[in-house]
Design a protein around this ligand. Structure first.
Ligand SMILES: NC(=O)c1ccc[n+]([C@@H]2O[C@H](COP(=O)([O-])OP(=O)(O)OC[C@H]3O[C@@H](n4cnc5c(N)ncnc54)[C@H](OP(=O)(O)O)[C@@H]3O)[C@@H](O)[C@H]2O)c1
Length: 328
């Protein structure tokens, strides 16, 4: 089968379109013919070995010193089951599915195997493979941080980076929980985030959103533009600062008891729960969650998609089509 291989860290030009062995499903696995996948900020970070401040020293031993130990990137996919292991009972060849191997990656390939009890769910009917393939990276991160921050109805929630993959899911899901969402983005994305459910929008280029002490119950920071020492004074008592793009200093700030008046910092990798995939499929099928797809690229043009994601300016997600029919 064909796969996009990242043999060493570097720019998009390091990616190679290669023949690799076809995976065979284990007894409890299904093999999915990938119709669509995505290039996420995580793919861009891993390919470039570009990590938040202080994390490079931890990330390289974990991911690989000269290049990623898992050389096929890609955290999420949607496709059609084409083979099943002997013990599989939930899926049959021909089933349309979406899946989120997450940090295990391996979705930038024509086929990927995944356990039937793992992060996989039937694709909602009527949702294109391209859209289904972009739901999980931002959606699962948003679900996890919303749960840890325990957002309550009526709370004032600031989402910094509201137009990205994680931010666009956070705006929609926080609103669904009954929060009043204030979105921080640039002017060109104001209409988009209002449409997704933001009650107010702050343009970071013209307005300093750090100006109002005690204004928010929760701040979700996805742009890496603010650290906990700046964020904590903006919180009400018992407020939570979720540093989703955190570097080491904010991760260390999570250690120990909550700070003054119960304000606390949340940071670190999101938990990738298999059940998130079904939850995201259900939220989409019921119209609560709308996937935001910025653009689509052909499989063999994935380097161009990486170059675009590297800019840090994408809106929502970038989809990669392995089959042109995935767009519909
Ligand atoms: N902790 C975890 O487990 C976890 C999981 C997933 C992602 N992350 C991290 O979370 C961050 C966001 O991920 P993502 O996939 O959502 O990124 P993304 O989609 O690449 O974010 C792009 C968006 O960020 C906006 N943006 C850029 N600079 C901004 C600023 N200064 N203020 C406000 N918005 C700004 C851009 O809008 P404009 O063009 O309008 O500026 C663009 O729409 C990344 O650092 C990623 O590594 C962490």
């Amino acid at each position: 089968m064909k796969a996009i291989v990242c043999p060493r860290y570097g720019g998009p030009e390091v990616l190679e379109f290669r023949d690799v062995p076809m995976p065979e499903p284990a007894a409890d696995e299904v093999r999915v013919r990938v119709m669509a996948t995505s290039v996420t900020s995580a793919d861009s970070r891993v390919r470039a070995a570009r990590f938040p401040p202080g994390l490079g020293i931890i990330a390289r031993p974990w991911l690989g010193f000269r290049g990623p130990r898992q050389p096929i990137l890609g955290t999420e996919m949607a496709g059609i089951v084409d083979a099943v292991g002997a013990a599989v009972t939930r899926y049959r060849p021909g089933d349309a599915v979406m899946a989120f191997p997450g940090g295990k990656m391996g979705c930038h390939a024509e086929y990927r195997c995944i356990a039937e009890t793992g992060p996989i769910a039937p694709k909602p009917e009527g949702l294109s493979f391209a859209k289904a393939a972009t739901l999980c990276f931002g959606g699962s991160t948003a679900l996890d941080f919303l749960a840890v921050a325990a957002v309550e109805p009526g709370e004032r929630v600031l989402v910094v980076g509201a137009s990205g993959a994680v931010g666009s899911a956070l705006v929609q899901l926080a609103r669904h929980r009954g929060a009043h969402v204030i979105a921080v983005c640039s002017a060109r994305n104001a209409d988009l985030v209002r449409d997704l459910g933001a009650g107010a929008v702050i343009d970071y280029a013209t307005t300093d959103f750090r100006g109002e002490p005690g204004a928010y119950d929760v701040i979700f920071e996805t742009a890496g533009s603010m650290m906990s020492r700046e964020a904590l004074p903006l919180l009400r008592p018992k407020g939570r600062f979720a540093a989703i793009a955190a570097g080491l200093p904010d991760m260390l700030a999570t250690i120990g008891a909550p700070g003054r008046e119960g304000r606390r910092v949340i940071a670190g990798p999101a938990s990738e729960k298999p059940e998130h995939v079904q939850e995201l499929a259900d939220l989409t099928a019921s119209g609560v969650l709308r996937p935001v797809v910025d653009g689509t690229y052909a499989f063999d043009a994935i380097a161009a998609a990486h170059a675009y994601v590297d800019t840090g300016r994408k809106r929502g997600s970038v989809a990669i089509l392995l089959d042109p029919a995935a767009r519909d």
